[in-house]
Design a protein around this ligand. Structure first.
Ligand code: PRP
Length: 211
């Protein structure tokens, strides 16, 4: 039997994903060992393989069929624009994609001014300002600690994920506009969905029951 391969997102989502898989009876003790540098794990009982990847790489592995199934945030799915099926909302990893900045920046949005927007999500930001707000902006791509940008004067606003809101609060920033709700999703390679429909459907059903 061919192994079904899962690409899981490293970090915050990984723990919740592993807990969910455990509930369905799929265990990977090896993967829970945080000191290990091993990248790929096998569950012989179910014929499954698992690996951990950086979020933005998960849709890439799934589109190319290097993984049949991926577990990744909706933010990454929207940003990466890969050809894949989004088949399930796991309901955890809940947060919101927002335009944030100092309270005063609200006026700049209202007046449709040409502003700079710093973000880890240039596609989502461009799409929102261009197609939803019809506002011309300059997008500046950053890779983390996005909240810094308006504080040090790199940009007027940011487009970023807000979960508890404490990063914003501690840095004197507020949510100015909400773009969309986010959570962890299951994505599937379209060819795998056809060729391995029965096995994939069974696993999805078990995951849904364990939620
Ligand atoms: C994310 C996001 C915000 C923060 C939001 O960053 O970019 O900075 O979490 O969470 P909160 O609303 O609960 O404060 P992450 O910690 O993933 O790191 P990063 O800054 O390197 O992107």
């Amino acid at each position: 039997m061919r192994y079904l391969t899962f690409a899981l997102t490293k970090g915050r989502l990984a723990e919740k994903t592993l807990a969910l898989l455990k509930k369905t009876g799929i265990t990977m003790e090896e993967m829970e060992d945080k000191s290990s540098r091993k990248l790929i794990f096998t569950n012989e009982e179910y014929g499954l393989k698992f690996f951990l990847a950086k979020g933005p790489d998960v849709p890439t592995y799934v589109e190319y069929g290097a993984a049949d199934i991926g577990i990744v945030g909706k933010d990454t799915i929207l940003e990466e624009q890969r050809k894949l099926y989004e088949v399930m909302d796991l309901g955890f990893g809940k947060c919101r994609m927002c335009v944030c900045g100092p309270k005063e920046a609200e006026d700049l949005l209202k007046r449709q001014e040409l502003i700079r927007v710093a973000t880890k999500y240039p596609h989502i930001a461009r799409e929102y300002f261009h197609n939803v707000r019809h506002q011309t902006v300059e997008i500046i791509k950053l890779n983390g600690s996005i909240e810094l940008a308006p504080i040090v004067g790199l940009s007027e606003v940011i487009v970023d994920i807000v979960e508890t809101g404490s990063t914003l609060r501690e840095n004197g920033l507020v949510v100015l506009k909400e773009i969309c709700p986010l959570s962890a999703r299951v994505v599937v390679n379209p060819v795998s969905m056809r060729m391995e429909n029965e096995r994939i459907s069974r696993i999805l059903k078990e995951m849904k029951a364990a939620l």
